[in-house]
Design a protein around this ligand. Sequence first.
Ligand SMILES: NC(=O)c1ccc[n+]([C@@H]2O[C@H](COP(=O)([O-])OP(=O)(O)OC[C@H]3O[C@@H](n4cnc5c(N)ncnc54)[C@H](O)[C@@H]3O)[C@@H](O)[C@H]2O)c1
Length: 242
Amino acid sequence: MALAFITGGTVGLGAETARRALAAGYEVAVLDLSSDRVPEDLKGVQFFEGDVTREETVTAALDGMGAVPDLVVNNAGIVTFMPLIETTQADFERVIAINLTGAVSVSRLAAERMIPRGSGSIVNITSTGGICTSPGTHAYAAAKRGLAAMTELMAQEWGPLGLRINAVAPGMIHGGMSTTVYDDPEVVERRRTGVPSRRLGTESDIAEAVMWLASDAASYVNGHELVVDGGLTKNMMSMIPR
Ligand SMILES: NC(=O)c1ccc[n+]([C@@H]2O[C@H](COP(=O)([O-])OP(=O)(O)OC[C@H]3O[C@@H](n4cnc5c(N)ncnc54)[C@H](O)[C@@H]3O)[C@@H](O)[C@H]2O)c1
């Protein structure tokens, strides 16, 4: 049975991806900071308590899951909002450490194990916030754009060794870390109208994209950032007054 390793997989987009992976026939291993929030329907998956910024905990998970993963989803992430002028070096580095450095470390540690086998797929969760930056997102935007660049580099270096490395860039998703933003129906309405598809995205929109990139149907897709945003990032000219 194929094995999927998902970081930050106890809630939000990661948990939904874990469900989709189980439904697609994968065995699933999740690494997250704490097991407190593992939902009832994911109680059966292998859980590893760890932190993507601490390599020893990632190594322990990879050594403990009993097989080399076929799919790694670098989903763990945090976002913080504050004006750059108030952002300390420590604030900035924390966001980079989890969203960028952590994802690269997990990828490298997994690739060390996948390369001798000659196969494996890595999907990095980036963000449209890395494509169109917005004030207050400082290191998040830099980390996600950096992870998109690292996705290309990993494909260049590990593609010839049998691996595929792609990314999914979610747009405005009603779920996960954005759930509370959309508690206000007026915010939902205002934002939805800026999206060509006229709706916010769902956790399942993202999980579907991840599973497609991981599947054999995407066997010739490598180094690609798949934007899943209902057309939001292609909508600039319709915002211009005529
Ligand atoms: N929800 C959105 O609107 C949205 C939009 C674009 C991109 N994303 C990206 O999708 C991914 C998942 O986000 P989400 O919305 O499900 O967020 P979430 O906050 O619901 O879940 C994030 C998960 O990552 C885990 N995590 C955080 N730091 C970690 C660390 N150091 N080590 C291990 N695990 C850690 C958390 O414990 C949590 O389980 C993130 O990379 C995020 O940047 C989300």
